[in-house]
Design a protein around this ligand. Structure first.
Ligand SMILES: Nc1ncnc2c1ncn2[C@@H]1O[C@H](COP(=O)(O)OP(=O)(O)O)[C@@H](O)[C@H]1O
Ligand SMILES: N[C@@H](CC(=O)OP(=O)(O)O)C(=O)O
Length: 453
């Protein structure tokens, strides 16, 4: 049995949904189909999820909402018309949206959660209706009915372990099951979403739950490429990579597959195959436990910006018991999460996502570090990008760090920090955000251009 997930780009129009139908029907093993909300049809289009967030915010602000509501309904009705699905489905979607909009707004966060999740929920109903209109036995299955329970963390929900046993029962159902991605239910019955792009997570949870043989993730590219294709033109495709490599790469910017979606599939040992809805015969990329190491030390290079670093220096820091704990406790008290903490004998740097802190919080944090830790120097640096060079092969190859550092130096890029991950499958470089793209290009040339030649 296979679980198949289709992303927003694969469901953005009727033509796309027709491709999805043909892909699902071409393999009888494709039994559970996880769908996103309609995504972008062209680069500056708006995803339905973003339209729903705007609509929800307008409702909370007491503004008129008819235009925003109609724009969303139009997205669904264009798809339905193209597929010749009865307009009754669109009436149902309208009723569903109006009923969410009239819900209690005392808890605005939960209200927005329900709005966001309706994007996938209504799309799953529409797609099930289309399959049925083609005389295929297909059923919409709500995450509630399936028993997909999650923690009470809005926009960052985590699956509750008991869900897996509930989901196993889906194996007994007949026909093709169309399940909306991106959300589950709390034990109190509230709708809670995963983090953005989280339909990948639903697919992985379902694959684990039903003990699928394969989790296929259909998107709009032929493969996972060695670098983000918006940075390097026509980069080399990756045929096979490990869960660990993909986790590091997706964490660091390979948005093609959500980093949190690796864990459920990995735990159940289910391989993940990334494939293209627009070119389903292309082999795609397989994510597995172990792979033959046939290429060089590096499998991929990812990058992401929006980081800042807090550098703290204090003579004899290495002798001071509890220094790190006190520092991290200050961050915890401001509800700040950190990404990396490279350290030396007298200094330590904490790297954080900078959108967590406004100017006032930043001033307070610095003041408390200075006063409570009696640091000699506390400096904050903004607008950093992190570049992650990843590959299982790095463990067995000497000199990868120096090759990377030299490539960056030759391109005239100053390295603000290097962190050789303790996982041994990645190394991280901090550079100024304005150098990010040039740095990725330089590293790509070093590790892949010669392989391509
Ligand atoms: N290394 C990479 N390999 C392939 N695609 C990547 C990579 N890094 C970023 N992407 C981007 O990920 C996109 C697919 O992810 P996403 O837009 O979330 O798809 P979906 O709509 O299927 O969920 C691609 O169109 C591509 O622009
Ligand atoms: N629609 C949700 C969830 C999702 O997974 O979408 P997509 O498959 O388009 O990345 C979002 O935009 O976050």
């Amino acid at each position: 049995m296979k679980v198949v997930k289709f992303g927003g780009s694969s469901l953005a129009s009727g033509t796309q949904v027709e491709k999805v139908f043909n892909i699902v029907l071409s393999d009888p093993e494709r039994k559970i189909v996880v769908v996103s909300a309609p995504g972008k049809r062209y680069s500056d289009d708006i995803k339905v999820t973003d339209q729903l967030i705007s609509l929800g915010e307008a409702c909370l602000a007491g503004k008129t909402i008819e235009d925003e509501l109609n724009a969303i309904l139009k997205r669904y009705s264009l798809i339905a018309e193209e597929l010749q699905v009865s307009s009754a489905v669109i009436d149902e979607i309208e009723q569903n949206l109006r009923s969410i909009m009239s819900q209690d707004k005392n808890n605005p966060v939960l209200f927005i959660e329900a709005m966001k999740a309706s994007g996938e929920d209504n799309n799953a109903k529409l797609i099930a209706a289309y399959f049925q209109s083609k005389d295929v036995e297909a059923h919409y299955v709500s995450p509630k009915e399936a028993g997909l329970y999650v923690t009470n963390e809005p926009g960052n929900a985590q699956v509750l372990p008991e869900s897996y046993d509930n989901l196993y029962r889906l194996r007994e159902r007949t026909g093709i099951l169309i399940v909306p991605g991106f959300f589950g239910y709390s034990k109190e019955g509230d709708v809670l979403t995963f983090s953005r792009s989280g339909s990948d997570i639903t697919g992985s949870i379902l694959a684990n739950g039903v003990k699928a043989d394969l989790y296929e993730n259909f998107t709009d590219v032929d493969a996972v490429y060695t670098v983000n294709p918006s940075i390097v033109n026509h980069p080399k495709e990756i045929r096979e990579l490990t869960y660990r490599e993909m986790r590091e790469l997706s964490y660091a910017g390979f948005s093609v597959f959500h980093d949190e979606a690796l864990i459920p599939a990995f735990r159940a040992g289910i391989p993940v195959q990334v494939k293209n809805t627009n070119n389903p015969s292309a082999p795609g990329t397989k994510i597995v436990n172990n792979r033959a190491n046939t290429n060089g030390p590096v499998i991929g290079i990812a990058s992401d910006d929006g980081f800042c670093s807090i550098y703290i220096s204090k003579y004899l820091m290495n002798r001071e018991i509890g220094f790190g704990r006190k520092l991290l406790q200050i961050l915890e008290e401001f509800n700040l999460s950190y990404e990396h903490v490279p350290s030396g004998i007298d200094d330590i740097t904490v790297i954080l996502r900078e959108d967590q802190m406004d100017e006032e919080t930043e001033r307070e944090v610095i003041k408390r570090i200075q006063m409570e830790l009696h640091a000699d120097v506390v400096e904050i640096e903004h607008h950093l990008a992190l570049i992650m060079v990843v590959g299982e092969g790095m463990r067995h190859n000497v000199g990868t760090t120096s090759r990377a550092a030299k490539a960056l130096a030759d391109a005239g890029i100053n390295i603000d920090m290097i962190n050789q991950g303790s996982s041994e499958v990645s190394m991280m470089f901090g550079v100024k955000a304005h150098d990010e793209k040039r740095a990725v290009q330089a590293l790509y040339n070093e590790f892949f251009a010669s392989v391509l030649a």
